[in-house]
Design a protein. Structure first.
Length: 128
């Protein structure tokens, strides 16, 4: 089982509220809803960053063998602003013992995040 790690920090709830609608728009409602993300950010299970132009949410995952990853959960806003925030999340991950940064998202992110490389692929078949 993969664990998540909250760490000790506080999230800027007011800034989060400014990006809440944008986050909701990119979420697949069959799997996640905005209330779930709200709880994770509010309880500091997920870390939130914003620079006014963009916002991201990440968590630390602890794998069964002990390796830690800073895992990007969701992003919204200006692409350059998002990239700046990812650098901050990576630094936070390093400070907390993470050995990799990972982003699980749409394929387009693999093209814009030049310093990330594919590690695994998830293939999906609609069953309904």
């Amino acid at each position: 089982m993969i664990q998540t790690y909250g760490g000790s920090f506080t999230n800027d709830w007011t800034a989060y509220q400014g990006f809440r609608d944008a986050f909701s728009e990119v979420m697949d409602p069959r799997f996640y809803n905005i209330e779930w993300l709200d709880r994770k950010v509010w309880n500091c299970e997920f870390r939130f960053w914003s620079n006014g132009r963009a916002a991201i949410v990440a968590k630390i995952k602890i794998y069964p063998a002990g390796g830690k990853a800073v895992h990007g959960m969701i992003a919204a806003g200006d692409l350059q602003g998002i990239k700046e925030l990812i650098k901050q999340a990576e630094a936070w991950g390093r400070e907390n013992g993470c050995i990799v940064g990972e982003i699980a998202s749409r394929e387009g992110w693999s093209r814009v995040m030049e310093d990330y490389e594919p590690s695994q692929i998830l293939i999906v078949k609609e069953l309904g």
